[in-house]
Design a protein around this ligand. Structure first.
Ligand code: C2E
Ligand code: MG
Ligand code: MG
Length: 697
């Protein structure tokens, strides 16, 4: 056995004789004990405050304090130190009260011996330590339970009785004790679907197994609601392992469950309309495709919707109204579809519908028509009537095993074709569309390479005076030198170049070439005024930063006067692009570069709109020239000419193919022309022959 730890005892005793007696008894019974003596309560307390005292022996009659009051003072000031009370035979009763209030023991002075005293001391110290540890842990537990706000349960398996705490009752909406004390009355409050699960969890844990159990299930609140709770518990077992008692807690987790559900909902739904979002839509579509692959007869169709005038609504009525329109559209769409269908908002003004049970494209087309009829009814937003048609693309699952993304893309492509064919239509995705899409992709790849490699040649078409056929300038027209297809005309690639942004590098390439070429011709074929060059430019070129400087650099590098360059823009450049684009064009104009409006009269621009754009010349579209014998066209040409005279700008008539057209234009007073009648667009050597002939003749 190891040596007992030395103990410091504080004896508070005023009678020197008694003090000496106790000290000697202790020295005999507990050799490892150091005893210090203080004659008064006050000095005893002072000693305690210094620390290092393991136990106090307290005499009940002190000069400065008597009886229970002494004990209470000690206990309150130093609850960490155990106290043994020393009494005389006659104050026995008071000593008993002291023990009831927390003294460890009492000893009658007349009856103690060394061994008894030593043992009492040791026990007092140990018992006190245990009590304090226990109360600390109880306190901790009580605090934890209170903090967790859990209900408690305690099941006496042998007796079959259950204790359910007040908080347990409260969680379920009952008053304490109302639920009853049988296991069955507890289980009866579990939601019917979860009742057997709870019973099984409790009994199987009782029969052995895990250290503790935990189950998430629903309980019925008194008001009928189902509440999600987590029940936890652990068993106290007898030697054989069978539980004699189980106890645990029940936590209300319905708040957390709701939050989880909300998070899941948010991740899969569109915040504005509450419809499924793209993720959820693709998921449902994948499920439908998987069922098909398993051979389950579950036909369906995908409809892709894009609103026709949404940008207009947003721009003119504001985003608030735009949002409300989307919500209303979502409501109408949902109202049209069956419960098993999925209506989703994919983003912006794009919606998709997964229509279950649709066997063929005819049935899908019916749905598309129904949707379009519904959307054709104007929406009322406050006092405004808003119209919102949609273009719809339809795709049906094919024989192959395309995935959900694929099918949605097919529907998207079909929607594009519907939109291109005019708004408010629908189209069904088919093989032709597929082939076209594949070809377009191939073309894009080739074009990208061609732009990088500069596989383009320039043709130039003369622009002449109608009075005497003299060449005054040229229009630069680009041709793609394709390895297999030969020279490819712009109609086959300019639109794609616009769409892909390739028109920008291509545009700079063309501008540079044309300027250098013109400068060479101006030197070889001087004229007054000097020959000019018209170059078609995309608005995208001027959406770039530094576009003005770049044009100036090109002119400088070519040593060309700004007045010799004519930039041809279509009306749409003025209308569709930002004010910044127009501004840059105006800056160039201020520096001398000429601006010309191409294909004049074909756009939807109102003249008033164009009036804000300042330009130097315009080109009458060749469709008017072609139809010049038809009254309407002639009137239009006359109007354009008089407008041009009024504004003091020059006019070029495009597409002059016949002598008759030439004569007409002459009599109407059109100054300049361009067309096959004079020359097709031709390569450099041919241009030079023409110029030489012109100079000669
Ligand atoms: P555009 O600017 O209106 O050019 C005139 C088009 O009319 C040219 O077609 C020209 O060959 C054609 N044309 C000229 N005279 C006649 C005629 O008497 N009869 C008929 N039927 N057609 C005639 P092209 O070269 O195929 O160019 C088509 C369009 O492509 C051009 O229309 C222009 O908008 C665009 N384009 C051409 N080159 C470029 C370029 O480098 N950049 C950009 N952004 N667009 C270009
Ligand atoms: Mg042009
Ligand atoms: Mg034109």
């Amino acid at each position: 056995m190891s040596e007992p730890r030395p103990v410091t005892a504080l004896l508070i005793e005023d009678d020197p004789g008694d003090a000496e007696l106790i000290r000697q008894l202790l020295a005999r019974g507990e050799p490892a004990c150091r005893t210090e003596v203080r004659p008064r309560l006050a000095t005893g307390l002072a000693r305690l405050a210094e620390g290092g005292v393991d136990v106090v022996l307290l005499d009940f009659s002190l000069p400065d304090s008597v009886g229970l009051a002494s004990f209470r003072a000690l206990r309150d000031a130093h609850p960490e130190v155990p106290v043994l009370v020393l009494t005389s035979l006659d104050d026995d009763a008071m000593a008993v009260r002291a023990v009831a209030e927390g003294a460890q023991d009492y000893l009658v002075k007349q009856h103690v011996d060394g061994r008894l005293l030593g043992r009492a001391l040791r026990y007092a110290i140990e018992r006190h330590r245990i009590q304090r540890a226990l109360s600390a842990s109880e306190e901790r537990y009580a605090l934890a339970v209170r903090g967790a706000n859990d209900g408690l349960w305690d099941w006496d398996c042998a007796a079959g009785a259950v204790y359910l705490s007040p908080r347990f009752h409260e969680i379920l909406g009952y008053r304490p004790g109302e639920i009853g004390d049988r296991l069955e009355s507890w289980l009866a409050l579990a939601a019917p679907d979860d009742r057997e699960r709870l019973r099984a969890a409790l009994t199987s844990h009782a029969e052995g197994g895990d250290l503790h159990f935990e189950l998430e299930h629903r309980m019925l609140h008194r008001d009928g609601r189902a509440l999600w709770v987590t029940t936890r518990g652990a068993a106290v077992r007898e030697a054989g392992g069978r539980a004699v008692r189980m106890a645990g807690s029940m936590a209300d987790v319905s708040g957390r469950k709701a939050a989880e559900r909300q998070l899941l909902h948010d991740a899969l739904h569109d915040g504005l309309t509450g419809l499924a979002n793209r993720t959820l839509f693709l998921d449902r579509l994948s499920v439908a495709l998987a069922a098909r692959r398993r051979g389950e007869p579950a036909p369906f169709a995908v409809l892709f919707l894009d609103l026709d005038r949404f940008k207009h609504v947003n721009d003119s009525l504001g985003h608030g109204k735009g949002d409300r329109l989307l919500v209303e559209i979502a409501r109408r769409l949902t109202g049209l579809m069956r419960p098993g269908d999925t209506v989703a908002r994919l983003g912006g003004d794009e919606f998709a519908v997964l229509a279950i049970g649709v066997r063929d494209s005819a049935a899908a087309a019916h749905i598309a028509e129904r949707i379009q009829r519904q959307l054709a009814i104007p929406f009322r937003l406050d006092h405004e009537e808003v119209f919102a048609g949609a273009s719809i693309g339809i795709a049906l699952p094919g024989e192959g095993d395309g995935d959900a993304e694929h099918l949605l893309r097919d529907a998207d492509l079909a929607m594009y074709r519907a939109k291109a064919a005019g708004r408010g239509r629908y189209e069904v995705f088919d093989l032709e569309l597929h082939t076209a899409a594949v070809q377009l992709l191939k073309l894009e790849t080739e074009l990208r390479r061609a732009v990088a490699a500069g596989d383009f040649v320039m043709h130039y078409q003369p622009i002449v005076t109608l009075a005497d056929g003299r060449i005054v300038g040229f229009e630069a027209l680009t041709r793609w030198q394709h390895a297999e297809r030969g020279l490819v005309a712009p109609v086959h690639f300019i639109a794609l170049a616009e769409e892909t942004g390739l028109v920008v590098p291509l545009g700079w390439f063309v501008l540079e070439r044309a300027c250098r070429q013109l400068r060479a011709w101006q030197s070889r074929f001087p004229a007054s005024p000097p020959l000019f060059m018209s170059v078609n430019v995309s608005g995208k070129l001027f959406a770039e930063d530094g576009a003005v400087e770049r044009v100036l650099r090109i002119l400088e590098a070519a040593d060309l006067a700004p007045e010799s360059l004519r930039l041809e823009v279509t009306e749409s450049v003025v209308l569709d692009h930002s004010a910044a684009v127009t501004e840059k064009l105006h800056t160039l104009r201020a520096l001398g570069v000429q601006l010309s409006i191409d294909d004049f009269g074909t756009g939807y621009s109102s003249l008033s709109y164009l009036q804000r754009f300042r330009y130097d010349s315009l080109k009458i579209d060749r469709s008017f020239v072609r139809d010049i014998e038809i009254n309407d066209s002639r009137v239009i040409i006359e109007t354009i000419l008089s407008l041009a005279r009024h504004l003091g700008i020059s006019v070029v008539a495009e597409g002059v193919e016949t002598e008759a057209q030439l004569e007409r234009l002459r009599t109407l007073g059109c100054p300049l022309g361009q067309g096959f009648w004079f020359s097709r667009p031709v390569a450099v050597p041919e241009v030079e022959r023409l110029l030489a002939a012109g100079a000669a003749g």
